[in-house]
Design a protein around this ligand. Sequence first.
Ligand code: 5GP
Ligand code: ZN
Length: 138
Amino acid sequence: MCVFCKIISGDIPAHKVYEDENFLAFLDIKPINPGHTLIIPKNHYANLSEIPENELSNMILIVKKVAVLLTKKLNFTDYTISENNGPLAGQSVAHFHFHIIPRFENDILTDWDHKERRVGEKEYKPGEAEEIIKKILA
Ligand code: 5GP
Ligand code: ZN
């Protein structure tokens, strides 16, 4: 059983933020910022590719509900939603989950944001984007 399935079954304790028949939200054990929350489906799916569409659509509404709840109760305005697929993307628990990460000025993700912006300034070489589009649309 994976670590998040153990949280669902109660074998591992967690600080629960929200729970219904199909989904559970709880505090991340190593928060990027206080209030960092994970949302998981109670059914085990490894990643975004595996979760069925109907469950995902229900889940994203819970993500919104929990995010808004956190902003009000913990009194912050900005947050990052993230979701990693596979180890190269930084996924360490292979049970599909969204992160809701409250954001504050100069927090530890700020460097990452700036790095992303620098990466975003890179341009495609001539013809490179067309090659990629050709593969995607083929
Ligand atoms: P990932 O790296 O897969 O996107 O995110 C997994 C997250 O799960 C990490 O941020 C990690 O801190 C959190 N995590 C791992 N094990 C536990 C646990 O036993 N309890 C809780 N609450 N969070 C966990
Ligand atoms: Zn699981």
